[in-house]
Design a protein around this ligand. Structure first.
Ligand SMILES: NC(=O)c1ccc[n+]([C@@H]2O[C@H](COP(=O)([O-])OP(=O)(O)OC[C@H]3O[C@@H](n4cnc5c(N)ncnc54)[C@H](O)[C@@H]3O)[C@@H](O)[C@H]2O)c1
Length: 460
């Protein structure tokens, strides 16, 4: 180990290292808090001054990070946040957690990584550790990040240390969070790996070293491709079950009793979030550069990408049973976040479903306690929407409720009692009812003859 590496390692082990995190979103803020909680002084850097101001006020905008934790760390001077990259000059380590979206062409958009790395490079100094955490294609750390950092003359593995460590955060997961999810780490040299492992070792229970950044990058893409492909498989099985008149939810529940060789995945209205719909395409893009055609990824993309339309078809079929048309129907979407109990609508399939419904002439509204408003630009309807309360008075004016996200706080009993028609894409309603249609399941018994209870004023 070189003296410069020993120095940094010593500071990390003694809790004297000054850590930095670039990009304070769903990944970066929990990581910065975790570093600060476990003895490092951590500075967060983000271009979004509203986030920096919120942190300074001790107000968390990430549901998994309690504001009290932020306030305690700010008061103890263990955590601070800024938009100014010049602080990098005083830091020992920096973790990069910026977005990695796709371009419209489904090619990787590396602009956030490039701009963050260029800003770091301007203040890079000998003895510093840089770790990329953003999900990206194999080769990014060595092919994109390393040359940008080395432009100033310092050499990775010699003057500074470089590694990749994928983030595995699962927003809203009450059991697994930043500290207790094992962290895979690949360094550009064994020394880089050792230092990066030491950094994570301060704050994360289990660190899993691998032989290179490329392997670590691939690990993350395997994990997310595994999910995308299995969700694609179960979505196809759901559509098959629909056609065959079999309830896919019952099938999956029974299949998962097998104690080995099976893992349950569930169908739904489509993929959402910043990871599963996007990351596999980083891998297929890279594979194609080498002339390799990644068929599973493409097929899963097709199946999952067709689920919003399959959901709209299900809604149209259900309305049809009640002798109503989609055109002009008042449809309330219950849950627009991409998954249960979170506020993230990025890539949410609900937005696609709402757009498709709107295009078919339906009058669309929504209820989501986690998403109070939906800006006009976020969906095809072209106007801003506000979340409605999911109560009897809202439901009185609705033709169909489409459950697209099964938030735990929804009152499903009220929904079943007050909605004239429900299309449930998440199996949120366990019992069968003649007016509850499920994605991937046959039409409910007596659906054709079921009549909603008359509204109270009509009954009078
Ligand atoms: N959200 C998840 O569940 C999750 C899980 C695992 C991995 N990831 C990966 O982690 C990365 C970050 O995702 P996220 O969900 O935290 O994104 P996010 O959008 O919530 O946060 C990213 C932050 O980076 C900031 N930013 C953008 N460019 C910047 C720059 N040049 N300098 C400084 N700050 C900049 C943004 O303002 C934003 O606050 C992505 O690669 C994503 O694929 C996300």
């Amino acid at each position: 180990m070189t003296p410069i590496a020993e120095q940094l390692l010593g500071r990390i082990h003694q809790g004297r290292a000054r850590a930095g995190v670039v990009g304070l979103g769903y990944v970066g803020l929990p990581l910065a808090v975790e570093f600060a909680r476990h003895g490092l002084t951590c500075t967060g850097i983000d271009l979004d001054d509203r986030k920096i101001a919120a942190i300074a006020r001790g107000e968390s905008y990430i549901p998994d990070v309690p504001s009290e934790d932020l306030r305690a760390l700010l008061a103890a001077r263990r955590l601070s946040a800024t938009t100014d990259f010049s602080v990098v000059a005083e830091l020992d380590t920096i973790n990069i957690c910026v977005p990695t979206p796709l371009r419209k062409t489904k090619d990787p958009d590396m602009s956030y990584i490039v701009s963050a790395v260029e800003a770091i490079a301007a203040h890079l100094h000998p003895g510093m550790l840089v770790v990329l955490e953003s999900t990206t294609y194999p080769g990014t750390t060595e092919e994109v990040v390393q040359p940008l950092l080395e432009r100033g003359g310092l050499k990775a593995g010699v003057d500074f240390f470089l590694a990749f460590s994928p983030e595995r955060v699962d927003p809203g997961n009450g059991t697994f969070h930043t500290r207790n999810v094992p962290k895979v780490v690949g360094g550009t040299t064994p020394q880089c790996a050792e230092i990066a492992c030491a950094l994570y070792g301060t704050s994360i229970e289990t660190v899993v070293p691998v032989s290179s950044p490329r392997v670590a990058e691939m690990v993350k893409l395997l994990e997310n491709t595994f999910r995308a492909v299995n969700i694609g498989l179960v979505n196809e099985i759901a559509l098959m079950c629909d056609t065959l008149g079999i309830d896919v939810w019952e099938v999956v529940d029974a299949a998962k009793t097998k104690p080995f060789g099976f893992m349950p995945f569930y169908p739904g209205p489509g993929l959402g979030g910043h990871c599963i719909p996007i990351d596999p395409f980083y891998l297929s893009w890279k594979a194609r550069q080498y002339g390799f055609e990644p068929r599973f990824i493409e097929l899963a993309g097709h199946v999952n990408g067709a689920m919003p339309q399959a959901t709209v078809d299900k809604i149209a079929d259900a309305l049809n049973v009640q002798k109503k048309a989609l055109n002009g129907a008042r449809i309330l979407v219950a849950g627009i976040a991409y998954k249960r109990d979170i506020n993230d609508v990025r890539e949410s399939p609900a937005l696609d479903v709402m757009g498709l419904l709107h295009q078919q002439g339906a009058r669309v509204c929504y209820a989501d306690p986690y998403v109070p408003t939906l800006p006009a630009r976020s969906w095809l309807g072209g106007h801003e929407l506000e979340s409605l309360p999911l109560d009897a008075s809202t439901l009185a004016g609705i033709d169909c409720v489409a459950i697209l996200t099964d938030h735990r706080s929804f009152d499903y009993d009220t929904l079943v009692a007050a909605a004239p028609l429900i299309v449930d894409t998440r199996n949120a309603i366990k019992q069968t009812h003649p007016h509850v249609f499920k994605l991937g399941a046959p039409q409910p018994a007596h659906a054709a003859t079921w009549l909603p209870a008359p509204a109270s004023d009509e009954a009078a």
